[in-house]
Design a protein around this ligand. Structure first.
Ligand code: SF4
Length: 409
């Protein structure tokens, strides 16, 4: 959206500054995100009461009626309408605009806002939108709609352009990557797209965003390992290590299948970093169920775990399930898993001392240059040499400090 405004000759200023137009791009993943969005919305007009306030994003998509009641808002746009934001702002005279199409009927991938550059070396490319899985705690299928995949040719053409800019790493993302291509007849599997990306000259690394465990089949991994640019870092959203909890979450896999996938990855990628998301305190999660999850995670030894305390989201099945868990229990379970995650990370980092790794250097920072290995470990090297930025170099690891590794060229 920022890019659209720049193209139309608008000047982007800090959100806290006085402006003619304010855009609040909302999130709705928890009730808390809704509340935060409402607080920001109410504050905006204090900065300039004559400004135009546009509210868009997932909260706008699912709560149009709720936003109707907020007097300060001039324009409400759904996710599909974001691409025309400048036109809506310019059309706005005296009339308020409400344009939120029913995203559940959208069948085409919106060719808009598909790439973001995180730094000089890496571009994040969205290739898929929407989700048909309906996990019982998640609002995303209602906010993002049915699965829609970006055309393979469009993805390849864009990555070729990215490579021309000197970017060496692409991160392939989507709301539910495993569903890529399922909306096409015939079905275009994700692996077919990755094979094409692997051929693009100038791109050295392909990183995959969050993956559904069910994607990790023998066939998929055996094909994937042949693509030498694919990084050995896999983020697999587990959510729980207990089958009964997974069932209530409507996650549609069992921990046995998940573990098989992990073993396959480790067999083919001996240095793989495996990361995951876990929800603690899901409705009905007993001490016994949590213990199962804990023991499973102890065995799998993820490099890093993102731990979320379950927070009910209005409009989802889980929000009205019985046996909601008290805050202090969630807190305690979360603490235990974070401790386990830190321990695993420290152990893996220490194993790297004395080893040589390849680092794609990103930028200088206070006398050091930092970058990532292909398995996404952050490495710092003492240097002020700007010419190393955006190059891949061999580094010998000398120290492990907290989350990071330190080494020498
Ligand atoms: S697969 Fe992910 S995006 Fe889809 S419903 Fe489940 S948690 Fe939400």
């Amino acid at each position: 959206m920022k890019q659209k405004f720049i193209e139309a000759d608008y000047k982007i200023v800090d959100f806290e500054k006085e402006a003619d137009v304010y855009v609040v791009n909302t999130c709705t993943v928890t009730n808390m995100s809704d509340r935060k969005s409402r607080q920001i919305i109410r504050r905006v007009k204090e900065q300039n009461k004559d400004s135009i306030l546009v509210v868009t994003g997932c909260y706008a998509q699912v709560a149009k009626e709720e936003l109707e009641t907020i007097e300060e808002i001039d324009i409400v746009l759904g996710n599909q309408e974001k691409k025309d934001i400048v036109t809506y702002v310019e059309e706005k005279q005296k009339e308020k605009i409400r344009k939120v199409s029913n995203i559940l009927y959208e069948r085409d991938f919106a060719e808009f806002g598909t790439t973001t550059y995180t730094d000089k070396t890496r571009a994040v490319i969205k290739i898929q939108d929407g989700c048909d899985r309906f996990c019982s705690y998640c609002i995303i299928p209602y906010a993002r709609g049915r699965i829609r995949s970006r055309k393979k040719e469009e993805v390849i053409a864009e990555i070729k352009e990215i490579a021309k800019k000197g970017i060496k790493e692409v991160v392939i993302t989507g709301i539910h990557l495993a569903s890529y291509g399922k909306d096409y007849k015939p079905h275009i599997p994700l692996i077919e797209l990755l094979k094409e990306v692997n051929k693009i000259e100038g791109i050295n690394r392909i990183r995959l965003g969050s993956l559904e465990p069910t994607l990790m089949t023998k066939e998929f991994i055996e094909e994937l390992v042949k693509l030498e640019k694919v990084c050995d870092h896999f983020h697999l959203s587990l959510q729980s290590g207990c089958n009964a909890t997974l069932e209530r979450m409507n996650r549609r896999y069992r921990i046995e299948e998940f573990e098989e996938g992990i073993q396959l990855i480790r067999r083919h990628y001996p240095n793989a970093s495996l990361t995951t998301d876990v929800i603690v305190g899901f409705p009905g999660e007993t001490e016994e169920e949590f213990k199962e999850t804990y023991e499973f995670l102890e065995r799998i030894k993820f490099y890093k775990m993102h731990v979320f305390k379950y927070s009910p989201r209005k409009g989802t099945k889980a929000a009205v399930m019985p046996n909601q868990i008290a805050g202090e229990i969630k807190e305690g379970r979360s603490r235990k898993l974070i401790e386990l995650s830190n321990k695993n990370q420290e152990e893996q980092n220490e194993n790297y001392i004395g080893k040589e790794v390849a680092v794609l250097f990103e930028e200088l920072e206070e006398g050091y240059i930092k970058g990532h290995t292909s398995n996404y470990m952050m490495v710092y090297v003492k240097s002020n040499d700007k010419t190393i930025e955006n190059t891949i170099q061999g580094v010998t690891i000398t120290q492990a400090i907290g989350d990071n590794l330190v080494g020498e060229l």
